[in-house]
Design a protein around this ligand. Structure first.
Ligand code: UD1
Ligand code: CA
Length: 455
């Protein structure tokens, strides 16, 4: 029986940010969400998050992501003042009164942990019936981390924080990951006894660990997993490690990444086999791309669903869906709530917003369509613009199947244009048009023969 507690109350002074450190984003999720995800597989019976600095933001962010799964609901535990990781753990005492199982405690700033690593930590802890078991790693550069000192059998002697280390102790590269498994009754007995006798005058969770017995240390093989994020540089390092992991996974699943170093992919993105991602392309949020599609070069796709055999070239697509065999770009901007049917062509310098297009419809050059519904096989001529905003409200434009708008048409909404309509170039259309009609809405051309400017 295991409960989980995540320490997420600190400000993260070294981030130099108003935003609580644990809410900084890493590849589509906040740091604390990463930590929460990493414990899912342990089937914890309780999930506690210790919050303090700007706690309303942390609570709101985590409640929004409520996973709707069978996991127990998050319990938020307030640490009113941030007096250290031990003080944070002390806040759990009233919540876990009478709890008789193990407690996994994780720092909220360790986002790259693999679920398997936590499983093996828990296994070691339970098989050996330790009072506590903690994760450690040998770091090439251990600066800033607590150092772990053991006897030969991986039994902990003590943890000493970096700033409390003697120069000789600093030579030790074995560090405390900030991930611990405790027999709760043992920890609960010791927590009230913590002192703040250290360089920072804070209550350290590591001091509690020092008092317990036996405490076993489990080293992770891949030290990258336990990197703690304290500043922007470490955030960037973690991002690049995460990107390597994500991209390696997609390549294994049959996705071609042309020049992986110039591509970024959020962890929340889904790709089918035989997708090709060209250079300088960025895939964000809840994006899904189906087989045979080719995205990029130079594209940004965010929270969008892209069907099979679509191409997107030098374009930005946000909050939109694109059906199979359509071609987008170069230089198109789908700004949100856009639905493109199958085999459509959206071309150069076209902006679409809140617009739905049927199948085999083309908007090939220099257009803006907003709040528009167009049917099948519509051809939007070069430079066609919907005037959808009257300065106060947005209005809808409807365009029927097989209608063609001439170059440089202005469609003043609200407007309904029927099927099989042809609109002459340069028209400003302000009134509804029935099916099967030709619309010419511009002044006649006037030519005066023999006319010259008087000098
Ligand atoms: C901590 C460990 C250190 C370890 C390192 C691993 C202690 C004393 N030191 O140091 O041994 O090597 O993590 O990354 O534990 N927090 C609270 N309330 C507080 C203070 C912190 O909730 O009062 C939270 C923070 O939000 C953060 C986590 O605890 O998520 C760790 O705090 P941080 O200040 O980053 O600890 P480190 O100095 O990195
Ligand atoms: Ca830290």
């Amino acid at each position: 029986m295991v409960a989980v507690a995540i320490l997420a109350a600190g400000r993260g002074t070294r981030m130099k940010s108003d935003l609580p450190k644990v809410l900084h984003q890493l590849g589509g999720r906040s740091l604390v969400e990463w930590v929460l995800n990493s414990v899912q597989g342990l089937q914890p019976i309780r999930r506690l998050v210790i919050v303090g600095y700007r706690r309303e933001l942390v609570i709101e962010a985590l409640n929004q992501k409520a996973d709707g799964s069978l996991l127990p609901p998050l319990e938020f535990v307030e640490q009113p003042e941030q007096l250290g990781t031990g003080h944070a753990a002390q806040q759990l005492l009233p919540y876990l009164d009478g709890f008789d199982g193990d407690l996994l405690v994780l720092n909220g700033d360790v986002p790259l942990l693999r679920p398997e690593t936590l499983q093996s930590l828990l296994r070691t802890h339970q098989e050996n019936q330790n009072a506590a078991t903690l994760l450690a790693a040998h770091l090439p550069n251990p600066k800033g981390y607590g150092r772990v000192f053991c006897n030969g059998q991986n039994i902990l002697q003590q943890i000493v924080e970096d700033r409390d280390c003697t120069p000789a102790q600093k030579q030790n590269r074995r560090i405390n990951a900030g991930v611990y498994c405790f027999r709760w009754v043992e920890l609960a007995r010791i927590l009230p006894k913590l002192t703040a006798e250290n360089d920072q005058q804070e209550y350290y969770l590591t001091e509690a660990v020092n008092y317990m017995e036996p405490v076993m240390v489990v080293d992770v093989e891949d030290y990258q997993e336990i990197l703690g994020i304290n500043d922007r540089k470490q955030l960037a390092e973690a991002y690049s490690i995460l990107q390597d992991r994500i991209k390696e996974n997609w390549m294994k699943q049959g996705v071609t990444l042309v020049d992986p170093n110039s591509i970024t992919i959020d962890d929340t993105v889904q790709l089918a086999a035989d997708v090709v991602i060209e250079p300088q392309t960025h895939l964000r949020g809840h994006t899904r791309i189906e087989a045979g599609s080719r995205i990029g070069p130079g594209s940004l796709i965010e929270n969008s669903q892209i069907s099979q055999n679509v191409t997107v070239l030098y374009s930005v697509v946000t909050g939109s869906t694109i059906a199979e065999n359509s071609r987008i770009g170069p230089y198109s901007h789908l700004r949100g709530h856009v639905e493109v049917g199958s085999a459509c062509r959206i071309g150069n310098f076209v902006e679409l917003k809140n617009t739905k297009l049927g199948d085999r419809t083309n908007v090939a050059h220099l257009s803006y369509l907003g709040d528009t519904t167009a049917g099948n096989q519509v051809n939007i001529g070069a430079g066609t613009i919907t005037a959808n905003y009257d300065g106060v409200k947005k209005h809808q434009t409807k365009i029927g199947d097989r209608t063609k708008t001439g170059s440089n048409s202005v469609l003043v909404a609200p407007l309904t244009i029927g099927e099989d309509v042809t609109i002459a170039a340069g028209s400003t259309v302000t009134e509804d048009v029935p099916n099967d009609a030709l619309v010419i809405a511009r002044p006649h051309q006037v030519v005066k023969p023999g006319w010259r400017l008087k000098s």
